[in-house]
Design a protein around this ligand. Structure first.
Ligand code: 4GX
Length: 249
């Protein structure tokens, strides 16, 4: 799969994406990444990419033509398969792991990062297939949002994560928060490690971890539990967790 980012700050994408998990995936050619600067598609002496909004008001908007021409060039990089063009903004559909799993099956994802007060609405309506949001808060430009999408999607591509990490994508803990983790020392001024984790009994350890994952999800994200089907064993573990909390008071 390949990512193409349309941005006035190409270095921001190149710098961040060529480190860590995404950097390695690019090196190993498991994913492709190119950046496209709308400024390179201007034709005037000042290389103008923005203009004042019709109707007045503060701020500037990105003009359609340089954005359209950048997307048109990015599309040429895809030889076969599906392309999706996505504009990142708080007006979009909030991204979820499921949305990103679907995106990981595309052959090309073109991410458009807006600056200023946004882009001319006609570009979104005519050129973009979808509008995606990180969540209900405002950042200064779409670049960080595009990087979040690239990172999260790259992790889903076969071969990108090592076997140890990919096991994490196994389904039985899907839709639950993670259980708590501990490493050495066994005992410190910050407290002790739960005894069961030192027992060497892997059946007991897995049971404890599942119970913690269920309990934390119930306490912190009850919305996630509402949509998850629990097995009989999971329901029993969650009941145990809830009873143990009540024993505390
Ligand atoms: N999830 N931003 C887009 C420019 C903008 C302003 C107004 C449309 C209308 C964001 C987010 C996000 C900041 C990217 C504003 N576009 N992107 N930018 N939340 O906050 O993705």
């Amino acid at each position: 799969m390949r990512f193409d980012v349309v941005t006035l700050f190409p270095e921001m994408i190149q710098e961040a994406a060529t480190n860590g998990v995404t950097g390695k995936a690019i090196e190993q050619e498991r994913v492709g990444l190119s950046v496209w600067n709308p400024r390179d598609y201007t034709h005037d002496k000042h290389r103008t990419v923005d203009d004042r909004p019709y109707g007045g008001g503060p701020g500037m908007l990105m003009k359609c033509q340089p954005l359209c021409d950048a997307v048109k060039d990015a599309r040429k990089k895809n030889e076969k398969g599906d392309t999706k063009v996505v504009y990142m903004s708080p007006q979009g559909k909030q991204i979820t792991q499921n949305l990103l799993i679907e995106a990981s099956h595309l052959s090309q994802l073109i991410l458009v990062a807006g600056r200023y007060e946004g882009v001319d609405e006609r570009f979104i309506n005519s050129v973009c297939d979808e509008e995606w949001s990180l969540g209900d808060y405002v950042i200064s430009g779409g670049e960080l949002a595009a990087l979040v999408v690239i990172d999260a999607v790259t992790r889903l591509i076969p071969g990108v994560l090592g076997d140890d990490d990919s096991a994490k994508q196994d389904s039985y803990m899907d839709g639950l928060l993670d259980y708590p983790h501990f490493t050495r020392p066994e005992e410190s001024e910050l407290g002790v490690v739960p005894n069961v984790l030192l027992s060497g009994n892997h059946q007991l350890i897995n049971r404890w971890r599942m119970k913690q994952a269920l309990g934390r999800t119930a306490l912190r994200r009850p919305d996630l539990l509402k949509v998850k089907e629990l097995s009989a064993e999971q329901s029993a573990l969650l009941e145990e967790f809830k009873n143990e909390i009540q024993d505390l008071d």
